[in-house]
Design a protein around this ligand. Structure first.
Ligand SMILES: Nc1ncnc2c1ncn2[C@@H]1O[C@H](COP(=O)(O)OP(=O)(O)OP(=O)(O)O)[C@@H](O)[C@H]1O
Length: 316
């Protein structure tokens, strides 16, 4: 197996009594990737992540971390140490200070001083909580608590991070701060698996996306490939006055598939087959025909639209 593969599973299956939560799942995550896992409630994301984190034993199947088989019938502390796992419901201890909380976990991982103190300063700086190190956890905002949980998850310098819905319940600013930290961790060389219902968060962060449904991994591909394969080009075209001349002109243009009015605006959303050069040709022809164009904005369909187009249920 290539050493560039951080996570590989073969035929991974988890059955709870009569419920198959994860079904015959083959997953590959390359080292250094931010892999986003999308899927509706009950798709099996948490169960998959828990198996990778060694918190749940598979019914059948194999898991490899960094090329080494994860065995559940024998302790493998060196493999477990490579993994940082942030569950979706990890409790914090409200009556500890931020520093004492992190130090407690650093001691559990047997980090010794002076390295331990240096590591605490480093992770606190990374999650932007240095100024809160003497505060009680009870006094932190939700976003700060989530960043503290992340600090606890990386205190032992793992190389693989498993984050189960880390941004759920956070406001947009807290989500953005969290995303920035994930980016820094990726730049530092970590491989990160992150599950979320917030598709736009994943689109901004991830290098690859996996879609789970009813326990199956129904799609797994680099984000750029998904966009190339499934995202159509759209152009928002605005005009002065009435839309009719614009609509007439577009109907005769070979690259235009469909045009719809953007409610309340003098704008059409146009589905367009063609590259940027073809889009430039369209703009040129519109201007040459004398239509007073005030806006011409080529975009691509976003991750949410792709997800729905694949026929999958909407993530909540
Ligand atoms: N300990 C368990 N015992 C029995 N069934 C379970 C257990 N854990 C999970 N399941 C079932 O397995 C299926 C997958 O659950 P899982 O929590 O992995 O999905 P999920 O994609 O993480 O969902 P959500 O987005 O709601 O967190 C569900 O039908 C769930 O009820």
């Amino acid at each position: 197996m290539s050493s560039k593969v951080a996570v590989a599973t073969y035929g991974l299956t988890k059955q709870f009594e009569r419920q198959i939560a994860v079904s015959d799942l083959d997953l590959t995550i390359q080292t250094g990737e931010v892999y986003g896992l999308i899927g509706p409630n009950g798709a099996g994301k948490t169960t998959l992540i828990r198996m990778l984190a060694t918190a749940e034993e598979p019914t059948v199947g194999e898991i490899y971390i960094n090329g080494e088989r994860l065995l559940f019938n024998q302790p493998s502390p060196h493999l477990k140490r490579l993994i940082g796992y942030l569950p979706d419901d990890f409790p914090l201890y409200d009556d500890l200070t931020v520093w004492d909380y992190l130090e407690y976990f650093a001691r559990l991982y047997k980090l010794r001083n002076p390295h331990r103190t240096r590591r605490l300063h480093y992770v606190l700086d990374l999650v932007q909580l240095s100024h809160k190190r003497n505060s009680l956890i009870a006094t932190l905002s939700r976003g700060m608590k989530q960043r503290l949980s992340l600090a606890r998850t990386i205190i032992h310098e793992p190389i693989l991070l498993l984050l189960d819905e880390p941004v759920s319940g956070l406001d947009p600013i807290a989500r953005m701060q969290f995303r920035e930290i994930i980016r820094s961790l990726q730049e530092a060389g970590m491989t990160i698996l992150i599950s979320s219902h917030v598709l736009s968060d994943l689109a901004e962060l991830c290098t690859s996306i996996g879609i789970m449904e009813l326990g199956f991994l129904v799609e797994s591909a680099p984000l750029a490939e998904l966009y190339d394969r499934l995202s159509r080009q759209q152009i928002l075209i605005s005009t002065l006055g009435t839309l009719e001349p614009l609509e007439r002109h577009l109907k005769e243009h070979p690259g235009v598939r469909h045009a719809e009015v953007v409610t309340g605006q003098n704008t059409l959303r146009v589905n367009f087959d063609g590259d940027m050069e073809a889009a430039a040709d369209l703009l040129r022809s519109l201007i040459q025909s004398g239509i007073p164009i005030t806006g011409f904005n080529p975009t691509r369909e976003d991750l949410e639209t792709i997800f729905l187009k694949l026929g999958h249920q909407q993530a909540s």
